[in-house]
Ligand binder design. Structure first.
Ligand code: GDP
Ligand code: MG
Length: 172
């Protein structure tokens, strides 16, 4: 079985913990301790191959966050999340990606996918789907709009990340 070390990154409140819990446990957590760092395990079959997904939930992605180096070092693939209702969280994505690339040995083949969460909140939308898509295009990475609440594109995102890891590793 392949083990994939996945790390979920993004500004506080974008729904990282909600997405992971929806993926692993199939329910939506309305309020989750924002300071929790936790590891989740899930076995899934992707393209006829069993994967053990080891998913690290993170918090407070800031310049000074002491744990950040460890997160970026141990991860093999990164789900970068913003909220479609928050321009601030979207503006943070580029920095996060730069830092991921900086910390990874094979920086040209780093495995990243971009996720715009909370797509159920259409009337609070600040980031259009096109804007998300365009950013992902400049990163040359897969892109999904998700809703942890309504379970939209949740499995797809994590599966895509595991596929992306395999794809990038094969190019190294
Ligand atoms: P984190 O800090 O990135 O881990 O964010 P959380 O998972 O704790 O979510 C922050 C808040 O956003 C919580 O109140 C969640 O209930 C809410 N939330 C997360 N995902 C969604 C979503 O897809 N749709 C909606 N409407 N709310 C969400
Ligand atoms: Mg959280």
């Amino acid at each position: 079985m392949t083990e994939d070390k996945l790390v979920v990154l993004g500004e506080s409140g974008v729904g990282k913990s909600a997405l992971i819990n929806q993926f692993v446990h199939s329910y939506f957590i309305e309020v989750y301790d924002p300071t929790i760092e936790d590891v989740y395990l899930k076995e899934v079959k992707i393209d006829d191959e069993w994967h053990l997904l080891n998913i690290l939930d993170t918090f407070e992605y800031e310049d000074y966050t002491p744990m950040k180096e460890i997160w970026l070092n141990v991860g093999e693939a990164f789900l970068i999340v913003y909220s479609i209702t928050s321009r601030r969280s979207f503006d943070k994505v580029a920095t996060i990606r730069e830092e991921v690339k900086m910390m990874q040995e094979y920086s040209d083949y780093v495995s990243i996918i971009l996720v715009g969460n909370k797509c159920d909140l259409e009337n609070e939308r600040q980031i259009s789907r096109e804007e998300g898509q365009d950013l992902a295009k400049t990163f040359n990475c897969p892109f999904f709009e998700t809703s942890a609440k309504d379970r939209i594109n949740v499995d797809e995102s994590f599966f895509s990340l595991a596929r992306e890891k395999k794809f990038q590793n094969e190019k190294r």
